[in-house]
Design a protein around this ligand. Structure first.
Ligand SMILES: C[S@@+](CC[C@H](N)C(=O)[O-])C[C@H]1O[C@@H](n2cnc3c(N)ncnc32)[C@H](O)[C@@H]1O
Length: 266
């Protein structure tokens, strides 16, 4: 249980990752889903990207796993609100609940870099296991800017762990080259390490059909945050903390990371 994630779940917060909606569109451009593919999202949060993807590619078999029960419940509510069946969304603890070679692709947004450092190689191995040979892992993750001192990283992460229960980004794998090594050690080849800084901002997802309903669901959460005293108080506290730690964002940069599982491997 994490109070910050629980708050985001309660107010249906969407796109909790580098570059928000524009970051999601950039990720979808590299993911390049093909109708009929079986795809897994790791750490879908309140599920806005799931709806975005299903609206654009209804013939996908899209699965999702989440660690947070409250995020899972919020995403299920979003699905029902959008007229989708949430039966392929589930919770998991350590082992991905799928057989070997099950997915064409796995993707995530702002998940891997906040996983405890000691768990990261094991999670990469699990993702590699559930991918088909030739399958891809696409991630939008915030990493430390080159040259950020290890002492600064440690200090920021300790402060954020104490305040929010989450680190800002991995301390053991701070830079893109470390992620290249992580991927290669798990058996992947690295296709893309691309900064998200050049991605241009996009208008919010006020779009037809389910995406419009998903945006309305996020707006409803935003209203809860503005109107319910409990959430207003939580938001005020969060804003104060964000102001206090605003400078930390200058040390981070969003990256699109694409890894391929080699053909002929299990
Ligand atoms: C910063 S939020 C991002 C949520 C969502 N991807 C988005 O961009 O809005 C991180 C999410 O990852 C989930 N998470 C953290 N570790 C995870 C893991 N090992 N497996 C699956 N989900 C995880 C958290 O519960 C949380 O919902």
């Amino acid at each position: 249980m994490n109070k910050l994630l629980d708050f985001f779940a309660a107010v249906h917060a969407p796109f909790l990752h580098a570059r928000g909606y524009a970051g999601t569109l950039a990720l979808l451009r590299v993911l390049q889903p093909v109708p009929g593919e079986r795809i897994l999202e790791l750490g879908f949060g309140t599920g806005q990207t799931q709806v975005e993807l299903l609206s654009r590619f209804p013939a996908l078999e899209l699965h999702g796993v989440e660690k947070s029960p409250r995020m899972l419940a919020a995403a299920r509510r979003r699905f029902r609100f959008c007229g989708l069946r949430p039966n392929l969304l589930q919770r998991y603890e350590t082992t991905l609940p799928y057989p070997d070679g099950y997915f064409d692709a796995v993707f995530c947004e702002s998940v891997l870099a906040i996983v405890p450092d000691a768990e990261l190689p094991g999670l990469f191995a699990e993702i590699h296991r559930v991918l088909k040979p030739g399958g891809r892992l696409c991630a939008n993750e915030s990493l430390w800017r080159e040259g950020t001192a290890p002492a600064t990283i440690a200090e920021i992460n300790e402060t954020c762990l104490a305040a929010f229960g989450l680190v800002q980004a991995s301390g053991a794998y701070p830079y893109p080259a470390d992620w290249q090594r992580l991927g290669e050690n798990a058996g992947f080849t690295v296709r893309t390490l691309q900064s998200l800084e050049a991605v241009s901002d996009q208008p919010g997802p006020m779009l037809p059909g389910r995406r419009w309903r998903a945006a309305l669901f996020s707006r409803w959460g935003w209203l809860k945050k503005k109107l319910w005293p409990r959430f207003r108080q939580q938001e005020r506290r969060l804003r104060e903390q964000e102001q206090q730690f605003a400078a930390y964002g200058l040390y981070l940069m969003g990256w699109l990371l694409v890894f391929d599982k080699k053909e002929g491997t299990t």
